[in-house]
Ligand binder design. Structure first.
Ligand code: FAD
Length: 418
């Protein structure tokens, strides 16, 4: 039982927020042609602006943590408040009413890496990192994918070789979101090449600031560089930074991926963007066009349905279930809705979307449209999600792919019927 009632907690949390951040103005109606016309999938900042922005995010996290709101459900031993999830939800809801710095820099570290450390790391690593991660003193990234290992993650070739109490890691990772501003990273490496590919892997926590870690930006078609190639040039990692038992890296990876799916599934429906496209339809004189109206209705209905579906899945997880195939449905529904939205915008704007005429609210959409395909790949591609839904929900025969043990397939262990 919590020492503080939920009502009392909410009152204190609101007092804290009111004392430390300005309250958002009442939701203003979106007016076409006013304010920014920026619409994007990834927050693409100049890397210098990003440093300042990250600092603001970390400062806010530290302030919250020191007041007892940084890890509300976490263990007291690591600075948490050990309160039920309902308290975290209450705080999140209150916080959304205030103007606070974006916390997107912590999505991977706190959403995926920290929960894996909490389950699999040594006491030394837990003591070193958990509190600092939740306080925003350090940021984490995920180093799984390699040029030859994405959907088929178990094919990865980065190797870790033992040298006394130290592991020496050599190899290349790719698509590492936020590696350039991260302090630590979760790596899965091959520790025994003679074992079957899923059985010779081990997880590690590595220091991203070590000179043996080389980070090179990858420029995507939107023009920004949110991702990186990361090279480990004989990086030395102490054995107490190993995650779990030797050659048990597959299970470590599954813990992280389960949390990733849950984090993606929890994503909202992006309500604001729908007001924007409705106003855009009016502005371009298409609100009475039957084909446009049909497309718009289809878009809004699909968004509403997937919103309810996500809510159902998240409620199950909050009630203690493991994330299951419904997370693949949620992810797939999200990317399909985004594709519908992009098609709709292209239908309304036509050539104005691809040639910059300087007109407000036209070419700016190209950032979203060029970024959207990334969502169909990140966290498991649409095709892999379809395999999961086909096999685990619809009971279709198993994919006869390279390897039936895709990490995404294994995520349903324990939650799958049939
Ligand atoms: C925006 C973004 C952010 C990312 N961030 C990170 C990160 O922070 N850390 C990290 O480690 N990785 C990250 N990734 C990498 C991501 O996890 C991989 O891109 C993804 O797993 C797909 O792997 P791949 O790119 O190697 O493609 P492949 O696995 O080579 O797939 C190529 C094509 O084959 C299809 N395919 C593969 N297997 C099957 C199958 N069994 N059945 C049917 N079709 C199949 C795929 O759907 C795809 O169309 C990110 C990717 C993106 C786009």
């Amino acid at each position: 039982m919590a020492d503080i009632s939920l009502e009392e907690f909410k009152t204190q949390a609101e007092d804290f927020l009111a004392a430390n951040a300005p309250r958002k103005e009442a939701e203003q109606k979106f007016v076409w042609g006013q304010g920014t016309d920026k619409v994007a999938m990834f927050e693409e900042k100049d890397r210098n602006d990003e440093v300042a922005d990250l600092q603001r995010a970390c400062d806010w996290r530290a302030k919250k943590f020191d007041a007892g709101y940084g890890w509300i459900s976490g263990p007291k031993a690591f600075g948490g408040s050990e309160l039920p999830n309902a308290y975290q939800r209450a705080f999140d809801s209150l916080e959304s009413q205030f103007q606070v710095p974006s916390q997107s820099y912590f999505t991977i570290g706190l959403g995926m890496v920290a929960p894996t450390i909490a389950v699999h790391a040594s006491d030394v690593a837990k003591d070193l990192y958990l509190k600092k991660m939740y306080r925003g003193d350090i940021v984490g990234c995920q180093l799984f994918s390699e040029p030859g290992a994405g959907s088929d993650l178990a094919s990865l070739q980065t190797k870790a070789e033992r040298d006394g109490d130290v592991w020496v890691i050599t190899g290349q990772k790719v698509w590492t979101s936020g590696a350039h501003y991260s302090d630590i990273g979760e790596v899965i490496a091959r520790t025994d090449p003679d074992l079957p590919k899923h059985k010779g892997l081990t997880g590690f926590i590595v220091n991203m600031r070590d000179p043996a870690v080389e980070i090179r930006p990858l420029r995507q078609m939107t023009g920004g560089a949110s991702f990186n190639e990361v090279f480990f040039n004989e990086l030395r990692v102490p054995d107490d930074h190993r995650l779990g038992d030797l050659n048990n890296g597959w299970n470590v990876a599954l813990t992280t991926l389960m949390n990733e799916r849950a984090a993606i599934g929890a994503g909202g429906g992006g309500g604001g963007i729908y007001s924007r496209i409705i106003e855009m339809t009016r502005a371009f004189g298409l609100s009475d066009d039957p084909v446009t109206r049909q497309m718009l209705a289809d878009l809004l209905i699909h968004n509403k349905v997937s919103g309810y579906n996500n809510q159902r899945s998240m409620d199950k997880i909050k009630a203690g279930s493991l994330p299951g195939p419904e997370m693949s449905m949620a992810k797939l529904a999200g990317t399909m809705n985004m594709r519908r939205l992009c098609d709709f915008v292209s239908h309304v704007l036509g050539a104005k979307m691809i040639a910059d005429t300087g007109e407000w609210g036209t070419y700016a959409w190209s950032q979203l449209i060029l970024g959207a395909p990334g969502g169909r790949i990140a966290g498991g591609s649409d095709e892999v999600m379809r395999n999961i839904v086909g096999e685990r929900v619809l009971g279709l025969p198993k994919d006869a792919g390279i390897d039936s043990k895709s990490p995404f397939n294994e995520l349903k262990v324990g939650t799958q019927k049939g």
